[in-house]
Ligand binder design. Sequence first.
Ligand code: AP5
Length: 219
Amino acid sequence: LSKPDGHYIFLGAPGSGKGTQSLNLKKTHCYCHLSTGDLLREAAEKKNELGDKIRGIINEGKLVDNETVLSLVDEKLKSPQCKKGFILDGYPRNVKQAEDLNKLLETNKMKLDGVFYFNVPDETLFERINGRLIHKPSGRIYHKIYNPPKVPNRDDITNEPLTQRVDDNENVLKKRLKIYKSETEPLINYYKKLNLLVNLDGTEPAVDIEKKISQHISH
Ligand code: AP5
């Protein structure tokens, strides 16, 4: 396995392929995969006040407050697993979070090596989200058409049932997309100005996107 150090952000709309590529890269490069969506969904499972609050926000397609997300990222970044390199999947999601991240990286004596932007048109996003299936215990991601499991509705490895995320429906996706455009899209220019942006055509087959990311990382 090649293991270059590297600190990367995966930026893109809901359903643009960030999670799929993070899981691939985690396997080939041993990076720590830090998905704020996964961390928040885990917190939302807890039957306490914070869990209830986060669950409500995710199910409505809104963003969880910056402080809560920052504390989750802060804790994870300090873990030994993340020292070699990480992929931030779904963080930052607005300019304030980007600034919080800058401070956090400085404190931990880390620097960003690149921001991969997954460019995918809206109509494709709807198709992807409508057909997405997940294996909750492992986080493995499938698609009914584009990445179907070997046995319908069953995980390839464990044969356990696959499920749909509660926020994966057309109504909530519309809200998630609206917030993405107003809050997250400005980060494209933010990182372009810092010379960190790497544009990816997110409509290409997943294997081709994986090759492009790997080539970039190995340079
Ligand atoms: P989060 O879990 O981060 O969701 P998201 O950003 O909306 O992204 P998704 O996970 O939906 O999509 P993805 O880009 O990973 O696509 P995937 O690879 O699965 O966030 C969920 C919620 O948590 C937010 O709404 C918010 O409430 C909260 N949250 C999270 N982070 C936060 C933050 N920083 N601040 C505040 N709140 C936060 O692919 C999608 C489908 O397409 C799959 O079925 C896959 O098989 C298929 N596919 C992937 N690539 C391809 C390809 N190249 N060709 C064909 N099909 C493909």
